[in-house]
Design a protein around this ligand. Structure first.
Ligand code: GDP
Length: 171
């Protein structure tokens, strides 16, 4: 019979931004109990929940593995970009990684929806999602649907809003 095609979502961000914590919200109970074995060389996490496949990539400090993980750009229908809004020191690094992502041929040529999560909104020194958006220069993204929301990946606050937007885009 006809099967719904799998939707592939790529979750990216620097280390410690909260990707793993965000992913836990998208996992089924069975998945949550399974141990994650990190791939040697670069951090990548994969799992599937119903017809959505998630792949998470750590963008930080892994220059020599970049070619390996860029492979996943071509293969996804949407991107979730997780930012630690309390990590002011690395916001410029995040912006640089976003630039590289947007310039990549497998991304620049497609109207891929991007959901930005201004995560760790609960931290006292967290920047607002408006400040994160301007710090990353999101208004320059004119050829892709994008959305930003503040989130707390530990409690799940803000994730539902983001996911609702995202699902509408990806379908
Ligand atoms: P990853 O390296 O991007 O996968 O980040 P993790 O999901 O491992 O999170 C890094 C650390 O930040 C962990 O100690 C998490 O518990 C914590 N963390 C993740 N999301 C939040 C959040 O929204 N608020 C706070 N206060 N801590 C968070």
């Amino acid at each position: 019979g006809l099967r719904k095609q799998e939707v592939k979502v790529l979750v990216v961000g620097l280390n410690n931004s909260g990707k793993t914590t965000v992913l836990n919200h998208f996992k089924s109970e069975d998945d949550k109990s399974t141990e994650i074995v990190p791939t040697v060389g670069f951090n990548i996490e994969k799992f599937k929940n119903q017809n959505v496949g998630f792949t998470a990539l750590d963008m930080s400090g892994q220059g020599r593995y970049r070619d390996l993980w860029e492979f996943y750009y071509k293969d996804c229908q949407g991107i979730i970009f997780v930012v630690d809004s309390s990590d002011r020191l690395r916001l410029a690094v995040v912006r640089h990684e976003l630039d590289l992502l947007l310039q990549h041929p497998d991304v620049s040529s497609r109207a891929l929806p991007i959901l930005f999560l201004a995560n760790k909104m609960d931290q006292r020194d967290a920047l607002s999602s408006v400040k994160i958006a301007s710090g990353l220069g999101l208004d320059r993204i004119l050829d892709k649907p994008w959305h930003i929301c503040a989130s707390n990946a530990i409690t799940g606050e803000g994730l539902e809003e983001g996911v609702t937007w995202f699902t509408q885009q990806v379908r």
